[in-house]
Write a protein that binds this ligand. Structure first.
Ligand code: B1M
Length: 210
């Protein structure tokens, strides 16, 4: 079995204690960091499929998420760019009611590597928390909102609506993403941009801030 597959299997099985070492071994063995990351993302997809089929339950999803986080921690220095902050500030968070943060963390990491100072508000972020953070950082250029559940798409909509009404709106760009989000939905709710993954989010952020 390839080292990449071994890492993916360990993530899917939630082998948190093993994943760090396996990722390091794979890197030392010459595996590409992006390929490793993509295999871990696919593993989480598989975990989601198993959950949907009732083959596993929330605790197993949570353990796999912990294993994924451990792997990403080891990968981070190999994925990051030169970190020179040139594009300004971005605020990011997962919207109210939603606890998923792996994708949001990857987006934050890629955007930080692209040259932004990222202020990560975490998960389950209320509209007022977003507003306060933007008011406390009047030089912020981009606000990124993540949602992973169809049931939190309304939270995303509500957050964008509040941002669209705010006096600071002309000074910021609003980016949205997450598995259930589409370009059509982003357009409908009045966001400036939608991107399907972390790499394209970093590219789009640079375009918006330029
Ligand atoms: Co949850 N969960 N979960 N879960 N979970 C999903 C999302 C689900 C699809 C699983 C399934 O049924 N197949 C399903 C949602 C179904 C739906 O809404 N249609 C689901 C469910 C139902 C639930 C609960 C309701 C389960 C329950 O309690 N009965 C519950 C909800 C809790 C809550 O949030 N209130 C729940 C809980 C959890 C855990 C806490 C156990 C755990 C999260 C732990 C954590 O994040 N710290 C978890 C996990 C791990 C998953 C799956 C398996 C994996 C998510 C993940 O990390 N993917 C997920 C199944 C799946 O995704 N296929 C699932 C990997 C990650 C890299 O991808 O997050 O999509 P993703 O991010 C991508 C893109 O979406 C994009 O870029 C990222 C990187 O490429 N992106 C952006 C994300 N944000 C962006 C922002 C941008 C741009 C791009 O701009 C700002």
């Amino acid at each position: 079995m390839s080292q990449i597959q071994t890492v993916a299997d360990a993530v899917a099985a939630g082998k948190t204690k093993l994943v760090g070492g396996l990722v390091q071994e794979a890197l030392d063995g010459g595996c590409d960091a992006v390929e490793l990351l993509n295999s871990m993302i696919d593993a989480m997809g598989l975990v989601g499929e198993r959950f949907k089929k009732n083959e596993i339950f929330v605790p197993e999803m949570l353990i796999a998420a912990k294993a994924m986080k451990k792997g990403v921690e080891i990968l981070k220095p190999h994925l990051a760019g030169d970190n020179a902050t040139t594009y300004g500030k971005m605020i990011i968070g997962t919207v109210s009611g939603d606890l998923h943060d792996i994708g949001k963390n990857l987006v934050a990491m890629m955007i930080e590597s692209a040259g932004f100072e990222v202020i990560d508000l975490g998960v389950d972020v209320s509209v007022s928390k977003f507003m306060e953070a933007i008011e406390a950082n009047p030089d912020v250029k981009i606000v990124g909102l993540s949602a992973l559940l169809t049931t939190t798409m309304p939270s995303l909509k509500e957050t964008v609506a509040a941002l669209n009404e705010a006096p600071f709106r002309p000074n910021i760009k609003v980016m949205v993403g997450g598995a259930p989000i589409t370009q059509e939905f982003a357009d409908e709710i009045g966001a400036d941009a939608y991107t399907p993954d972390a790499a394209s989010a970093a590219q789009k952020a640079k375009e918006l801030a330029a």
